[in-house]
Design a protein around this ligand. Structure first.
Ligand code: DI6
Ligand code: FE
Length: 397
């Protein structure tokens, strides 16, 4: 492959339209080699192929930094139960919720998990996603947790997408460990992590720190094991109540803390100090019809970077549309459309610890989304409409 030039476009680097940039050259290594005015592409770029983008808008390809795409079955019946008045916590405590997906997932082979997840992944790719994080967490035994991550890796092989895997065995306590949460943390969450990491299946480690799941001390033990293996950590925190999980995670150097509806000033200060990204998940807030929104203004004031993600999962966020995620982040949480775009590009990359993507700059990966829109705000503005014209990954459409 040789250098390819994309010409006649308007480029949004991540924080605004760059009027002076109307072309970019992507090298054979898939990295952006040059950006500038269409008329001045240097001859030393030795461009062999040119593509006219017809004046369209170009952004970094989108990054969904928090998903549970791999799982068996669905929970449409719980959707009906909630509409009849049952709460998410009530369903969970009655053995439904996460456990019902665990039961469905434990029965599946890796191939079946891949086949079920593929249409969900394809829905995301169709809206310009280049990079997606996928968590385990619906196995709750070592074998199935590992199978989930194998399925996630496989998805990254059969589609042109970078999959980042996250070990989330500390997601819920399975009934066989009832009353023995500390044993579960050791036997499954930590022992399984060692095994999965030895097989190269783990890029990061997450936990669910809520009163219906695990407490701060239990998650902290998993994090200490992760850090000892050199793995980055992230946390589901402060979604249903304040357990001061984000503060603990930030103190341990977490890449991100996610949800954060009940985050307080102490948590914000700890995140700001540590550079921990706030990942907001409007799909879960919407689905559970929550009323307490995350403290967006305080996060802005503290200069905590804000990412947004689908949280695609069968229970609290059956959402596989990055564009609708952006719309919800604006309408429900008050983000600006520019913040929503940064939340699914540059700040999402940061939440994943990926320094090579999420912004269009020389030296960054040539992962682009080309849109049939006039202005960037249109990406977050419509609902249920997909203006993607082309997805370009590593310079190739
Ligand atoms: N992410 C999760 O892992 C949990 N909530 C969330 O936002 C549980 C998802 C589920 O109900 O399956
Ligand atoms: Fe989640």
């Amino acid at each position: 492959m040789s250098p390819i030039a994309y010409r006649n476009c308007r480029i949004v680097t991540a924080d605004g339209v760059q009027d002076f940039v109307s072309a970019l050259v992507i090298g054979p290594d898939g990295v952006i080699a040059w950006m500038g005015d269409d008329r001045n592409i240097p001859s030393e770029m030795a461009v062999s192929e040119q593509v006219d983008l017809g004046g369209r808008l170009v952004t970094p390809a989108l990054i969904d930094c928090h998903t549970h795409l791999v799982h068996g079955g669905n929970r449409a019946s719980e959707f009906e139960m909630r509409l009849n008045g049952a709460s998410y916590e009530h369903i969970s405590r009655a053995g439904g919720g996460i456990m019902s997906t665990v039961n469905a997932t434990r029965g599946r082979s890796v191939e079946q998990l891949v086949a079920e997840a593929l249409p969900r992944l394809d829905a995301m790719l169709a809206e310009g996603v280049s990079t997606v994080e996928i968590k385990s967490g619906y196995g709750l035994n070592i074998e199935t947790e590992i199978n989930m991550l194998r399925a996630a890796r496989r998805l990254g092989e059969i589609r042109q997408v970078r999959v980042v895997t996250t070990w989330l065995a500390a997601h819920a306590l399975p009934p066989e460990y009832a009353g023995r949460a500390d044993s579960y943390i050791y036997d499954v969450a930590i022992t399984g992590l060692c095994q999965a990491h030895a097989q190269g299946l783990v890029d990061a480690v997450d936990g669910f720190c809520e009163s219906i799941a695990f407490d701060r001390d239990q998650i902290a033990r998993v994090f200490d094991a992760a850090r000892a293996m050199g793995l980055p950590i992230r946390l589901h925190a402060e979604q249903l109540g304040n357990n001061r999980g984000a503060e603990m995670a930030a103190r341990k150097g977490a890449l991100s803390a996610d949800h954060l509806e009940y985050l307080d000033d102490r948590g914000i200060a700890a995140m700001a100090r540590a550079g921990t990204v706030a990942v907001l998940l409007p799909g879960a807030y919407y689905t559970l019809r929550e009323t307490q929104a995350p403290p967006v203004d305080a996060l802005r004031r503290a200069k905590v970077p804000i990412a947004i993600a689908s949280d695609a999962n069968p229970g609290s966020s059956p959402l596989t549309s990055p564009l609708l995620t952006m719309n919800m982040a604006c309408t429900l949480f008050g983000l600006t459309p520019a913040e929503a775009l940064a939340g699914m590009t540059v700040n999402a990359a940061r939440a994943l610890g990926l320094g090579d993507r999420g912004v269009l700059q020389v030296g960054m990966r040539g992962d682009l989304a080309v849109w049939d829109v006039e202005q960037p705000a249109e990406l977050a503005y419509r609902m249920g409409f997909n203006p993607l014209w082309k997805r370009i990954i590593g310079g190739r459409a």
